[in-house]
Design a binder for this molecule. Structure first.
Ligand SMILES: NC(=O)C1=CN([C@@H]2O[C@H](COP(=O)(O)OP(=O)(O)OC[C@H]3O[C@@H](n4cnc5c(N)ncnc54)[C@H](OP(=O)(O)O)[C@@H]3O)[C@@H](O)[C@H]2O)C=CC1
Ligand SMILES: O=C(O)[C@@H]1CCC=N1
Length: 280
């Protein structure tokens, strides 16, 4: 039974840079620090410098005044690009020369932007990887998809893989699979929070305090996920173990099914996949 990710060993790891310290990159940095990474080996830059400085004061990471300074500081290490998909082309153009000169390895975490598109915005020799993490990175429980272009060496792949293994679990996927991966791993924390909130509201309707209901529903979902990860049974079979014949669970499952629960999830995931494809 294991839920704890492997720590990133800082003494041999190259310096890591983050451009754009928003929700996702701050979660990754928090997770790395929780894994034992020395914050002084991490450097960040952000359009609004004050935000990067506040984050650095809280965490002990270094701050670069601009993106070019960050690339020069990182050199041949890993630079993670954490800006919005719509901002990615301009950023790639801005750092194209410096990244090539410094031999930096670029890792984009943007939804919707394929490796092929990223490569079109870079020099032909540029090593580029794609990563799709989720916000559970901050507690070292991300599910991260990874893909690399042919310029990324075996050693660099290992560094990137180690970095994301320090903040959760990883899976190598095809560039073409990212839209689907993103919907069920990148977006699904939000879907899960919505589900937990719905469980909790139903309990509040029946008289439980919201704070208690949130805790109870969250632990129940966490325990179910942990059980599913560690069980040899499929999730469908695990569900059957809870549904006693003529019992309370099957009554609830049937009512949810008749209210369109599964159809709503399928449609929601499909909408996220479609939106991801529109961003590219
Ligand atoms: N949020 C999530 O759960 C996930 C997000 N992603 C991807 O991660 C990326 C970031 O998302 P998220 O963190 O939510 O977005 P945020 O808006 O929270 O963060 C984006 C950050 O980028 C900064 N920024 C914008 N342009 C530049 C620039 N040219 N140079 C330096 N910094 C810049 C912004 O600065 P400023 O402070 O000025 O706004 C902001 O801090 C997106 O591409 C998204 O698709 C992937 C998986 C999950
Ligand atoms: O909503 C978004 O676009 C990002 C990508 C995956 C999760 N959040």
């Amino acid at each position: 039974m294991t839920t704890v990710a492997t720590p990133l060993t800082t003494p041999t790891a190259p310096t890591i840079g983050f451009i754009g310290i928003g929700h996702m990159c701050s979660s990754i940095v928090e997770g790395l620090i929780a894994s034992g990474t020395d914050p002084r080996t991490i450097i960040i830059s952000n359009r609004t410098l004050a935000k990067a400085e506040d984050f650095a004061t809280r965490t002990g990471v270094q701050v670069a005044e601009n993106n070019t300074d960050l690339i020069h500081a990182v050199g041949s290490g890993i630079v993670i690009l954490g800006v919005k998909p719509q901002q990615m082309e301009a950023l790639m153009e801005e750092i194209r020369e410096s990244a090539t000169q410094a031999s930096s390895i670029i890792v984009s975490i943007a939804a919707g932007i394929s490796l092929i598109t990223l490569a079109q915005w870079a020099h032909s020799s540029q090593p580029i990887a794609r990563a799709l993490p989720n916000v559970a990175a901050s507690v070292r429980q991300s599910m991260t998809g990874l893909a690399y272009n042919s310029n990324v060496t075996e050693q660099a792949r290992n560094h990137i893989s180690q970095l994301f293994t320090a903040i959760g679990r990883t899976q190598d996927i095809e560039d073409s699979q990212f839209s689907t991966f993103s919907a069920i791993a990148g977006c699904s924390p939000a879907f899960t929070f919505e589900f937990i909130d719905s469980l909790s509201r139903a309990a509040v309707k029946n008289g439980l305090a919201k704070k208690d209901a949130n805790f109870i529903a969250t632990q129940a979902v966490f325990g179910s996920a942990l059980l599913a990860l560690n069980s040899e049974l499929s999730v469908a079979d695990l569900s059957n173990t809870v549904q006693s014949p003529g019992g309370t669970t099957i009554a609830g499952v049937v009512e949810m099914e008749e209210s369109g629960f599964r159809a709503a999830v399928l449609r929601g995931v499909q909408a996220s996949i479609n939106r991801d494809k529109e961003l590219g």
